[in-house]
Design a protein around this ligand. Structure first.
Ligand code: ARG
Length: 460
């Protein structure tokens, strides 16, 4: 027999390359704390169920607590020969407390252990990400409330469409992130189910008390089928999907900020501390943070596809393939966390250039729909009104002026329904104020949406 933890059956030591190739300790040591918490709960349950003695449990808990401290102090020596975080911790436990340490793994397998660790880890990370999302959303509410009356062009096809409030635009971002928060909260329920007790795949012969262990670890429930418990990683894929949608949203926001920051748009100033310069062009100030977030969305999508692909051909139950779930998952967590940190600082500090936004809104006939709606109110059918306004716009284009700069005579040349009062509907403020319903861009509606938003993030 060899000296490894499973050496009883083996007649030669693992090939040194194979040992390194199959090891995961280089990355799974990240959830050492979850592993130790899971082991403490497991040992506590074993004692309660009379499977080990109270004294043995106390020794095990003492040893694990010491190991936790050694890791925190950077004194723990990780060994690739011990393959993964689980066997590193268990081996150290036996070194500290002696043979009693060998009882910890009673009624347990690394298969239910690792599934438990991932779930505890993802539950914690979901909460951290939700905290960051809330910080960002609060920042957006603050930014929007300063700019309910700031007017910018709204676009479709990136062509001027209709005037909107900048605050309304920011609140669109808020709504996108609201759904991301809701998705993560919903997925947390499915993450927070305990695999322990499934053991290797079929359950265990000891009189374990799964509900008790689950309660100690803060799980909302226990996995109902041992084969499923050790093998599926759908909760992690779901997390990566929610994270992908979140990154897709951050990437769209990035794209807008990048466009708006260009000299050609000139809609916003991004504070210097979020930008970098060029090594050759002295005038440059580049939007590196939003560009990087836009790029990082690609990594997270890739990680999600990696996890999906990893899962798709695995027969029940546990397969070593699943060791490959960790690095993409950690990459999702790190990337989302970093992107949110950057955005939570940067977004509330965007400085809109109101004059440039207004001037841009005056180009492109943003109030043409308002003129058509005006004619409808005077009795014209919408399609006919559309035709009339199209002709007025053509005259404006030919003369190089906005609709509001055409004379009453010129406008009446297109329809005698047009009266003196038309000009109040052609102003940008008039256009905004007319869209006065829930979800519309009228500044008083935006103010109410912000107030509701403040309540909604508190109720999440
Ligand atoms: N390091 C393994 C993983 O990440 C732990 C479970 C290993 N179990 C086994 N029977 N090889 O999935």
């Amino acid at each position: 027999s060899t000296s490894s933890m499973w050496g009883g059956r083996f007649s030669e030591a693992t090939d040194s390359f194979v040992a390194e190739f199959t090891a995961s300790v280089g990355f799974d040591q990240r959830f050492a704390n979850q592993d130790i918490a899971g082991s403490i709960a497991h040992a506590t349950m074993l004692a309660k169920a009379g499977i080990i003695t109270e004294a043995e449990k106390d020794q095990i808990v003492g040893g694990l607590t010491q190991i936790k401290q050694e890791i925190a102090d950077g004194k723990f020596v990780w060994s690739v020969a011990l393959e993964d975080v689980h066997m590193n911790v268990e081996s150290r436990l036996t070194a500290i407390i002696g043979d009693v340490g060998k009882k910890l793994h009673t009624g347990r397998s690394r298969n239910d252990q690792v599934a438990t660790d991932i779930r505890l880890y993802l539950r914690d990370q979901t909460d951290i990400i939700l905290g960051l999302l809330k910080r960002l959303q609060t920042g957006l509410l603050d930014l929007a409330s300063e700019h309910t009356d700031t007017i910018m062009p709204g676009f479709t096809h990136l062509q001027t469409a209709q005037p909107v409030s900048f605050g309304h635009h920011v609140m669109a971002w808020f709504e996108m992130l609201m759904r991301d928060s809701e998705r993560l909260i919903d997925g947390r329920k499915r993450i927070n189910q305990m695999p322990l007790g499934a053991a290797a795949l079929a359950g265990t012969t000891y009189p374990i008390e799964r509900e008790f262990t689950a309660q100690l670890l803060g799980f909302e429930g226990i996995c109902q089928n041992s084969l499923d418990a050790v093998s599926d990683r759908d909760f992690a894929i779901e997390f990566a999907s929610s994270a992908s949608l979140l990154m897709m949203h951050l990437s769209r926001m990035s794209e807008e900020i990048i466009l708006w920051m260009s000299a050609q748009f000139g809609f916003v100033v991004v504070p210097d501390r979020f930008c970098t310069g060029s090594s050759i062009m002295p005038q440059k100030k580049n939007p590196d943070v939003p560009e990087l977030v836009r790029g990082k969305a690609a990594r997270v999508f890739g990680d999600m596809i990696t996890l999906l692909t990893l899962m798709k051909n695995q027969p029940l139950a546990y397969n070593k393939d699943n060791q490959e779930d960790k690095e993409p998952l950690f990459d999702v967590v790190d990337t989302v966390t970093g992107s949110l940190l950057a955005f939570a600082d940067m977004l509330p500090n965007l400085i809109p250039n109101k004059e440039n936004m207004r001037a841009a809104t005056m180009k492109g006939y943003a109030t043409a729909t308002d003129l058509a709606d005006y004619l409808v109110r005077k009795g014209l059918a919408f399609r006919d009104a559309h035709e009339v306004v199209g002709k007025a716009v053509a005259l404006g284009v030919q003369k190089g002026v906005d609709l509001s700069e055409l004379s009453l005579d010129e406008l009446q040349g297109f329809s005698d329904l047009i009266g003196e009062d038309v000009f109040e509907y052609l102003t940008l403020e008039g256009s905004l104020n007319a869209r006065n319903h829930i979800g519309g861009t009228a500044p008083n509606q935006v103010k109410m949406a912000i107030e509701r938003g403040r309540q909604r993030i508190e109720q999440l």
